[in-house]
Design a protein around this ligand. Structure first.
Ligand code: GRF
Length: 191
């Protein structure tokens, strides 16, 4: 059960997934962290857990597909079967999508199809929604599109700031993502 996690940022979801694996509650091997931002805090987290990491500067490649070929190569070398996006701020192109069809998932901090793209929490706040939440979905070529696997709602009160909403959303994300990853693997094994 080799998975790669792709992340660009702070890595709180990465951390939550690793902790479940360490506790023996999630039956996968995190074979690789792919990070596309030099200096991102998630890199230090991976070092702490001694997880194999590659860090790229996509701009130093001639185009997206050249960058993704390098990433594909990293995944193949480690027999990665499944890719988990956890705050990876980049669209996945055909170079990775084709070989990993139905094998890339993403987590997004809204109830999709509402508020796709950047700053989903800010978008929700601006619309004064009473309910928002978390979506986990298969990745296709679009921005936060693709078949939905799981969703969970949180309530927003009038007094909530962006920080309050983020805190509620992250609590859900850190519980839901490991659970969904586990259930996807169980399903695969029983086929
Ligand atoms: C999460 O809110 C996730 O839904 C979104 O990016 C954020 C990543 O946060 N795609 P972190 O780096 O895991 O803390």
């Amino acid at each position: 059960n080799n998975i790669a996690i792709f992340a660009s940022g702070s890595g709180s979801n990465f951390d939550a997934i690793v902790q479940k694996v360490e506790k023996g509650e999630l039956d996968v091997n995190i074979a690789l962290l792919v990070c596309d931002r030099i200096g991102a805090p998630v890199i230090e987290k991976a070092q702490k857990y001694e997880i194999d990491t590659v860090v790229y500067r996509p701009k130093s490649f001639s185009d997206k597909s050249e960058y993704e070929r390098a990433v594909l190569d990293d995944c193949r070398k480690r027999d990665v079967e499944f890719i988990v996006l956890a705050g990876y701020m980049r669209l996945i192109g055909p170079t990775l999508l084709q070989p990993f069809e139905q094998r890339i998932i993403n987590i997004h901090p809204s109830l999709l199809p509402a508020f796709p793209g950047k700053d989903a929490i800010g978008q929700a706040l601006e619309k004064r929604v009473k309910v928002t939440g978390v979506t986990i979905h298969f990745v296709d070529g679009g921005m936060d599109t693709g078949p939905i696997i799981a969703q969970e709602a949180i309530e927003v009160s009038d007094a909530d700031t962006a920080i309050d909403i983020k805190r509620k959303i992250q609590a859900v994300e850190h519980r839901l993502y490991p659970k969904v990853i586990q259930s996807l693997f169980i399903k695969e094994e029983s086929q």
